[in-house]
Structure formats: structure tokens, C-alpha cells
Design a protein around this ligand. Sequence first.
Ligand SMILES: CC(C)(COP(=O)(O)OP(=O)(O)OC[C@H]1O[C@@H](n2cnc3c(N)ncnc32)[C@H](O)[C@@H]1OP(=O)(O)O)[C@@H](O)C(=O)NCCC(=O)NCCS
Length: 186
Amino acid sequence: MITPTWCPRRLHALGDAEIGELADVLIDCVEGGASVSFMQPLSRDRALAFWRGVARAVAAGERALLVAEDAHGVCGTVQLVLDQPENQPHRADLTKTLVHRRARRQGLGAALMRAAETAARECGKTLLVLDAVTGGDGARLYERLGWVRVGDIPGYALMPRGGLCSTTVYYRDVGDQRCAVRSGRR
Ligand SMILES: CC(C)(COP(=O)(O)OP(=O)(O)OC[C@H]1O[C@@H](n2cnc3c(N)ncnc32)[C@H](O)[C@@H]1OP(=O)(O)O)[C@@H](O)C(=O)NCCC(=O)NCCS
């Protein structure tokens, strides 16, 4: 199989078409068993309502949203929560890394993460924080990309079909690498 070259892009406004395609990706991930805030079954109305809320936050500049597309439309996405307390202006939370099952294991998750890091720097953010189901597909992706593991919180959330799972908290310094080298930090 030829591996696609992914070109994630930042959306500054979402129309009904994008919201519908993002809802499809979210529903597919939850149906596939991903613990991403929702229980099964996730109705289309609930998924659409979630993305409409994200659209409002994007329009308000509170979130940065990245998407990647294939021939069928949006197949992957990730968000940065930019709106943080006034004593943490340099920080963002990275959330909802979602790849439709049709596009998995072709490097899209990694491409989305790298694009999110670039977008974070463009937004003046130098510290990213996220959490992921302990030992899950997301955690493996983040560790492969060099995110620093902080620790596990047992019994943090429910899996979409029920049953508690542990979450692992990660962070990543995405500050200017040249400055990091000059100051001896890595
Ligand atoms: C986690 C998730 C985003 C990863 O997306 P992805 O596009 O499959 O990620 P990648 O393709 O970059 O990497 C996934 C695997 O495919 C492998 N891979 C990447 N390109 C490949 C290629 N061309 N050929 C074969 N394998 C490849 C990677 O090495 C990695 O292997 P590993 O899991 O054994 O370490 C995706 O599984 C997902 O959306 N899961 C459901 C939602 C979720 O849990 N999100 C995380 C919330 S914290």
C-alpha cells in the first residue's frame, strides 16, 4: 500500500459540511471503542452538538482546530485549547486526537501531532499538556513522538461501553529548540 502524504491544515471557521464530517470521525472513534469523553451509542445529534460547540470556540479564538482529509472528506483531527488561566499564557491543552478507522496506521496521527505543535508555536504556546488512556493507541503515539510521561491516574474515566480506565498525563516542551539548546535544555 502507498502511504499517503498528509497535509493537516488549521480551520479558522467551520461550516455545516466540516461539522458533519468531524461528527462522522468522532462517531467512528467512539464506535471503535475510543475513550474520548463519550459513551456508546453516540448519536449523530450529540456529535453534531459537540462540534458546533467547538466551532464557537474556534470562532472565538479559544481553540485551534486542525483537520486532515482524504478522498471521502475529513478523516483526522486534533485540537489545542488555547484559552488558559492568565498565569499560564504559554500553555495549551492538546485534545481530541481522532483518526477515522479508514485512515489509521498510515502516519496520520503523527502528522496531526506535528502540525499541532507547529500551530501551538504560531499561537505563542511553548508547553503542551494532554492525557490519554494508559497503554492505549494514543499513549503509544505520544510516547513514540517524545512526549514526557508524568504519571497515571487510576479509574479516571469510563470506556465507551463501561468499565473504568486509567489515564496517563503527558507534557511536551515545544519552545524554540535553538533557545533550548543554548540554555542547555533538551
Ligand atoms: C491514536 C490514533 C489517533 C493514532 O492514529 P494513527 O493515524 O493510526 O497514527 P499513526 O499512523 O501515526 O501511528 C499508528 C501506528 O501505525 C504505525 N504506522 C504509521 N505509518 C505506518 C505505515 N505507513 N505502515 C504501517 N504502519 C504504520 C505506527 O508505527 C504506529 O504503530 P504502533 O501503534 O504499533 O506504535 C488513532 O488510533 C485514533 O484515532 N484512535 C481513536 C481515538 C483516540 O483514542 N485518540 C487518542 C485520544 S488521547
